[in-house]
Design a protein around this ligand. Structure first.
Ligand code: ATP
Ligand code: MG
Length: 389
């Protein structure tokens, strides 16, 4: 039996004139993610996209698990595509939907007939299919108002489609429709969640990681790779820039007041990230910061880090509680990677009494002890580049 997938495009339907370009980005993404699975035909019609596998050994279950991670999809359904013949439809419906029918007690059938030449009208199709299902599952009852399962039979040009309930999609916007940004990624819980949230809004991601060997270990970098690989299941490939940060941190420690270490470090991260992002066509920086979480995330501290960034800094977690962030990190399966032990470049050099009410003037004064421009230039030029898939 031939099977297809019908996709409902979340917010895309609202986008009026932009819709077709959004749809073509989504279709391209799906084709790319399905590359290993085989060739598919994709047709868009009235905010529904039909994916029609062209190969006999196409793995539907695998395809569904891939689609669950594609942004821009509100919901989707598997459907059986059968000959437009009532006998075939009546025979297929109870068998094809067996798994769903076995786990419910009430259902209804909805028929849609876009091929008006089909001999039966919609109410007659509904009635006959309902009867066939009741014959196969005598314990079920029909409930047209509040059914556990709605069975849809749609008579289109080439096939009759039979389908059950909708599977929830990842929502959001297709990646590539929301611009490009660079996520500052640590090995913690927050930044991978921030990355995922931006990706969900259609933003293409580059990633920047600051490593401080030998104070941070190769395992810390591996962790960042693993986190990004998990995010990439949703976002698609991510270009990762790893910046050697040890020298800068040691110079800060040797020349600047201890209470400002963290903020000066963060301002360097911003400056370096800003350059790398600019060189790679990014329009914004993204961090996993959240108000009040630590001393460097108070409002005055955030203002000090923002002061050196030329591009907008987005902080999707800014008003979220740790619990909410953790809930998402579990859902997207980054949590277990994030809680592996590791050293972050920030924690290695944390001052005992960080300043919570810093001012930009204080920082500018303290940074006079360093050749900021040269340090930034060196860090940008020596950043290591790789693609995380
Ligand atoms: P996370 O869980 O994301 O590490 P956090 O709560 O531990 O966040 P900080 O360590 O203060 O907070 O970092 C705040 C943000 O700064 C991170 O979310 C991340 O965007 C960025 N950041 C921190 N450390 C690094 C690093 N080593 N490389 C790149 N970005 C970093
Ligand atoms: Mg951290």
């Amino acid at each position: 039996m031939k099977e297809i997938i019908l996709i409902k495009n979340g917010e895309l339907a609202l986008k009026g004139l932009n819709r077709s370009s959004f749809e073509s980005v989504l279709a391209k993404t799906i084709r790319r993610r399905f590359a290993q699975l085989g060739k598919v035909n994709i047709v868009c019609q009235q905010s529904t996209m039909t994916i029609d596998p062209q190969e006999a050994d196409f793995d539907m279950d695998k395809a569904i698990s891939v689609l669950e991670k594609v942004f821009g999809i509100a919901g989707f359904q598997r459907a059986a595509a059968v000959e437009k013949d009532m006998a075939v439809i009546l025979d297929t419906a109870p068998k094809y939907l067996a798994e769903q029918l076995e786990s419910i007690s009430t259902f209804k059938v909805e028929a849609k007939r876009s091929d008006k030449k089909f001999p039966l009208k919609s109410p007659e199709i509904s009635r006959d299919v309902g009867e066939a299902i009741l014959n196969a599952y005598p314990d079920l009852t029909v409930d047209v108002h509040n059914p556990d399962l709605t069975v849809t039979v749609e008579i289109r040009d080439n096939y009759a489609y039979i389908r059950g309930d909708q599977i929830k999609g990842a929502g959001g916007m297709p990646v590539g429709t929301g611009g490009k940004a660079a996520i500052l990624i640590s090995g913690g819980i927050d930044s991978p969640v921030a990355a995922w949230m931006m990706s969900k809004r259609g933003v293409v991601l580059d990633a920047i990681h600051f490593a401080s060997p030998p104070f941070t270990s190769p395992q810390s970098e591996q962790k960042v790779h693993d986190l990004l690989a998990q995010v990439a299941k949703y976002s698609g490939n991510i270009a990762l820039f790893t910046v050697a940060f040890t020298d800068i941190q040691q110079k800060i420690r040797a020349n600047c007041p201890e209470e400002l270490f963290t903020l000066i470090m963060r301002r360097f991260m911003m400056r370096i990230s800003n350059e790398i992002a600019k060189n790679n066509g990014c329009q914004a920086l993204v961090t996993g910061e959240s108000i009040g979480q630590v001393a460097s995330q108070t409002m005055p501290a955030l203002a000090c880090t923002d002061a050196v960034a030329e591009m907008p800094v987005f902080r999707p977690l800014i008003a979220m509680d740790k619990e909410e962030i953790i809930r998402i990190s579990r859902k997207i399966e980054t949590f277990d990677i994030s809680i592996r032990p590791y050293e972050d470049c920030c924690t290695v050099f944390t001052p005992k009494h960080p300043r919570t009410r810093p001012t930009v003037e204080m920082l500018v004064e303290a940074e006079k002890a360093l050749d900021v421009d040269a340090l930034v230039k060196e860090a940008v030029e020596t950043a290591r580049f790789e693609i995380i898939k």
